[in-house]
Design a protein around this ligand. Structure first.
Ligand SMILES: O=C(O)/C=C/C(=O)CC(=O)CC(=O)O
Ligand code: CA
Ligand code: MG
Length: 408
């Protein structure tokens, strides 16, 4: 696919990507509009549809919500149309005026987040956290390779990239302390994750099989599941993460459509060394949903980690199948995240607690300082790319956030 736009060959927002977002401009900050990123521009999608003479209510909305709910056939129709408008020279004269420089827009949370679930799908992350949190037990719990473990998070505190993160207060108790104390978290951490945005819902009482993944999931974003390790370590027994993670979860403003990732970014997941139950068995699947995303984590501008998503043990299709196997329904706008993406090697950990091994081996930053956990004022940015058609790469934009001091 080529475009009439003059884009650098190595742009991460080329014609094959076209991620969706919601933007506003300074001259009309209240007016939110749906756009797709292309090179250094945002195409105002509603305005483009009007300009070519086929106005589309799905593109006039102030969020992705109606498009998400419209389902796979509408997603394909809209993406095909946007691709045509940006590639066929005949459309150039009317569509070009609908491009807004990306540098001039504010980006917003692109959809209303419904239920939010966070999985735990990296074997390396789960093994590391098991060693750190439960040193006297086997690192992987006995259920880990039989089902994708997850927990329900707090969807109301999912925020768009750029939103400042206030250091949480809470109960903290180190294993060596006799009683808990109250105050700002001293072990504030990140979790580099990939998020899956549900479009078409499912019916209560009905499971979504792995094969129907692409009928329900619209696209992919980046997630930072900020985590207060001291609060978490004290509170989580036996029901799992609660206040240690619910204070904020950041998402990238661009949602990359699943269609942009197929087929180039799809890869086989790791070998299943435990036979999965039939509803999770993807060993014979012709097209399993492993995804070859390369993540990068920067702390105050220094790259501290490069987590590889391709090695995740559980795929997003398995996560959706598991999340609904009891008949729980999904709704448009539901978001589920992969869990921390950590690889097997040093420098591929998706969280500071692993990278610095509980703060014992601080990571060096370019300004000569080092970090065990986050300090006030620190800024964390997660980016990712994936293989696209013709050897080009697709970008996911970024999810970024700066830590503000705790409030008293
Ligand atoms: O092993 C634990 O007790 C805790 C694990 C986490 O903090 C991870 C969690 O949020 C899921 C993930 O991101 O993989
Ligand atoms: Ca997490
Ligand atoms: Mg969180």
């Amino acid at each position: 696919m080529t475009t009439w736009l003059d884009l650098p060959e190595d742009t991460l927002f080329g014609i094959d990507n076209l991620p969706y977002g919601v933007f506003s401009t300074a001259d009309d900050p209240q007016r939110r509009r749906l756009g797709v990123a292309i090179g250094p521009w945002v195409l105002d999608a509603g305005a483009a549809a009007r300009a070519v003479g086929s106005p589309d209510p799905l593109l006039e909305a102030a969020s992705l919500d109606p498009l998400l709910a419209a389902g796979r056939a509408a997603w394909t129709r809209v993406r095909d149309a946007l691709t045509r408008w940006l590639s066929e020279p005949a459309f150039r004269a009317v569509v070009e005026p609908c491009l807004v420089p990306r540098a001039d827009v504010a980006l917003h949370l692109p959809f209303t987040v419904g239920d939010y679930v966070d999985f735990y799908a990296s074997e390396h992350h789960a093994t590391n956290l098991g060693r750190l949190f439960r040193p006297d037990s086997e690192p992987l719990t006995p259920n880990w390779k039989h089902l994708p473990i997850g927990y329900h998070g707090r969807s109301g505190t999912v925020v768009v990239s750029g939103t400042p993160i206030v250091r949480p207060n809470g109960q903290r108790k180190a294993p060596t302390e006799a009683v808990p104390s109250f105050g700002p978290s001293r072990r504030l951490d990140i979790e580099a994750e990939v998020g899956f945005v549900v479009g078409a819902g499912s019916e209560l009482g009905t499971a979504v099989p792995m094969a129907d993944f692409a009928e329900h999931v619209f696209g992919v974003c980046l997630v930072n599941d900020w985590s207060a390790r001291d609060i978490q370590g004290w509170e989580y027994v036996p029901l799992g993460p609660f206040l240690g993670k619910s204070f904020a979860t950041s998402v990238s403003p661009w949602v990359v459509p699943l269609d942009a990732l197929a087929p180039a970014a799809r890869v086989a997941p790791p070998a299943r060394d435990v036979e999965p139950l039939p509803y999770l068995d993807d060993r014979d699947a012709k097209e399993p949903w492993g995804l070859d995303l390369a993540l990068e984590v920067r702390l105050n501008g220094t790259v501290i980690s490069r987590p590889p998503f391709a090695g995740m043990y559980w795929t997003p299709a398995q996560m959706l199948a598991h999340m609904t196997v009891n008949g729980a329904s999904v709704r448009p706008g539901d978001l589920y995240a992969s869990g921390t993406v950590s690889g097997p090697d040093r420098g591929t950990e998706g969280a500071l607690i692993e990278l610095t091994w509980n703060g014992e081996r601080p990571t060096e930053l370019g300004d000569g300082t080092s970090r065990g956990f986050l300090e006030d004022g620190d800024e964390v940015t997660i980016t990712a790319t994936a293989p696209g058609p013709n050897g080009r790469r697709l970008g996911f934009g970024e999810v970024t956030g700066r830590v503000l001091p705790a409030r008293s």
